[in-house]
Design a protein around this ligand. Structure first.
Ligand code: DGT
Ligand code: CA
Ligand code: CA
Ligand code: ZN
Length: 575
């Protein structure tokens, strides 16, 4: 079995247990295990062979044994036994908006419904309305929700699509009278690469007019809920957006609750209980019946636990709670610390601006130096540069440097193809004359692992190659990237001191967060770059910084927080 198959079994087990009504902890432990395997930067078979299964966050002895069973026998007895009690086909019903595990169990036990299709038929025939807790209205809602699911699928939206849209809606809501504060919450605030639905929060005393405005926005396709403080809509692009409104004095607990992750929140509530408090979205409440403790900010909430502020990008229950308890939260890289961008294109290849235009825009954004890295000769489709054109470009870069003056520096680089046959696009003589060399995979990404690994290892082992650009070559949402042995790639990058890129373009986010985390553990050196083909693309930096934060990268490991002299010294030494 591969990572995806193991992750799927665990996810199904989690859902089946939740339908059966098991305790939340048990459900969460399987769900977490599923996510951990799904996001593991390495082949689970390899981790198993190395005896390191229990090193995976969230995998203890019991789950490790279950993984072992799946990898060695191809199945899981526990799953098969559970399936006799809870048909696995019930799981698909949980994707229907508004349908929870209790309800699924109810329709299964009372009506014998086991599939989404059967549920749809039963709802259309009016067979659900007489069930306890249901009615004609909820039945109609269910029919609509099933239809919506069929229309839009359960596809998650990429963050690059969800983020700008959420900002636009928030900006509209912020204009309404009585609105004192707005924020994104949920996975979008945690900056996960894909978003299930968008969660928005507004602080205001009177929620009703805001709710009314929200459900009537022109971009709304249908309204799935319209309550006094909570509404949900589906936009024309299929994206679901939830909005909650609360008074300002409860902002901290509300924001924290709806930012999640669920696992992080479960941990916080456990800790609160140990301190004699319950915690929900409204407040802390003493178990002995004392007054509520209101938190107007998340800082105030974390202070109750004696924790420093935990950034949303860290709230995945991947060790941040333990780190906070020990006073060892990582000081992750922040966007203000970035002073350079080491990967961008100009009109010399497939970019839209001149060298000088890119430099001036970078300086305006507060950067101190950049690398111009146009494509190399074999990438004809992007007008890649021959050595001859590369040396012509050097003259333009020298002229642009003269014009920019002493406070800014343009380095001359290349984004060199790692060709399909495994050779590099320039010989060492050419590479030696450049300030900075990026090697990237763009073509023949679907080669078998052995072949594509050979290509990337050639690049990693060439002393002139300073950085690997977007290492896996994946494109979100659906081009998976090369089948690399990431563990070996990361280890080799550490050994050869080759910088690994976190490409900030939201269609790439490559390295991804889990790979960054592993790279950081191994001691790799990273760079966060926009891969700008236009000055507007410098705006994408925050996606890359968030990905670095999600991988616990500190400024020290990210070279484009360094002053130019430090980077140049590093590059000189590694050659
Ligand atoms: P998504 O939308 O699938 O990308 O992921 P999230 O994290 O945005 O999840 P969502 O939209 O279901 O809920 C937003 C946040 O609200 C979530 O991160 C934590 C909180 N939340 C929602 N439902 C529950 C719940 O049943 N228990 C707890 N503790 N928190 C919840
Ligand atoms: Ca969400
Ligand atoms: Ca939500
Ligand atoms: Zn590029």
């Amino acid at each position: 079995m591969n990572n995806r198959e193991v992750a799927k079994i665990f996810a199904d087990v989690a859902d089946m247990l939740s339908i059966r009504g098991d305790i939340i902890h048990r459900v969460l432990s399987y769900r977490k295990a599923s996510e951990a395997i799904h996001e593991l930067g390495r082949d689970v078979n390899q981790v198993y062979a190395a005896g390191e299964l229990t090193d995976i966050p969230g995998i203890g002895k019991t789950l490790a044994e279950k993984i072992e069973e799946m990898l060695t026998t191809g199945k899981l007895e526990f799953y098969e036994k559970l399936a006799k009690e809870i048909p696995p086909t019930l799981v698909e019903m949980l994707k229907v908006d508004g349908l929870g595990p209790k309800r699924v169990k109810q329709v299964y036990e009372t009506l014998g419904i086991t599939t989404l299709a059967e549920l749809n038929t039963a709802a259309q025939e009016g067979k659900l309305r007489d069930l306890p807790g249901l009615g004609a209205k909820s039945e109609a809602k269910l029919v609509a929700a099933i239809a919506a699911l069929a229309r839009h699928g359960d596809n998650r939206t990429s963050i690059g699509e969800a983020w700008p849209l959420a900002q636009e809606i928030l900006a509209e809501l912020a204009q309404l009278p009585g609105v004192v504060k707005t924020a994104v919450a949920g996975s979008l605030r945690r900056m996960k690469e894909s978003i299930g639905d968008v969660d928005l929060l507004v602080a205001a005393d009177d929620a009703a007019p805001i709710m009314d405005y929200f459900v009537q926005m022109p971009r709304v396709e249908s309204v799935s809920g319209h309550g006094p403080t909570k509404s949900s809509v589906v936009l024309h692009n299929g994206m679901q957006v939830d909005l909650r409104v609360l008074p300002l004095e409860r902002w901290g607990t509300l924001l924290s609750y709806f930012t999640g992750s669920k696992d992080h929140n479960v941990r916080l509530r456990e800790l609160a209980l140990k301190q004699g408090l319950t915690l929900n979205e409204h407040a802390f409440t003493p178990l002995d019946g004392g007054d509520e403790i209101l938190c107007a900010s998340e800082e105030a909430l974390y202070k109750v636990f004696n924790f420093p502020y935990i950034l949303p990008t860290l709230r995945e229950d991947r060790g941040e709670i333990e780190a906070a308890q020990k006073g060892q939260l990582p000081d992750v890289v922040r966007i203000e610390q970035i002073v350079a961008d080491l990967h961008m294109h100009t009109t010399w290849s497939d970019g839209k601006m001149s060298v000088l235009g890119m430099a001036q825009a970078a300086q305006t954004r507060g950067l101190r130096y950049i690398v111009i890295s146009d494509h190399s000769q074999s990438l004809g489709i992007a007008n890649g540069l021959t050595p001859e054109r590369l040396w012509q470009q050097a003259e333009e870069i020298a002229a642009a440097n003269a014009q920019m003056g002493p406070d800014f520096r343009i380095l001359h680089g290349t984004e060199m193809e790692i060709r399909a046959d495994g050779s590099l696009d320039f010989d060492d003589g050419v590479l030696a004359r450049l300030d900075f060399v990026i090697a990237s995979l763009h073509v023949s990404l679907n080669q078998p692992r052995e072949q594509v690994m050979k290509r990337i290892m050639t690049a990693l082992e060439n002393p002139h190659v300073d950085m690997i650009g977007h290492p896996t070559g994946r494109l979100l949402p659906d081009r998976p990237g090369a089948d690399l042995d990431m563990e070996l790639v990361l280890q080799t990058a550490v050994a050869t001191q080759t910088i690994l890129e976190i490409n900030a373009n939201p269609h790439r986010l490559d390295l991804r967060d889990s790979h960054v985390r592993r790279a950081v553990e191994l001691g790799a050196t990273l760079a966060i770059n926009c891969d700008a083909h236009h000055v507007d693309h410098f705006e994408l930096l925050h996606y890359g910084v968030a990905t670095a934060q999600r991988g616990w990268a500190t400024a020290e490991t990210v070279v484009n927080t360094w002053p130019l002299e430090k980077l140049l010294a590093f590059l000189a030494k590694r050659k």
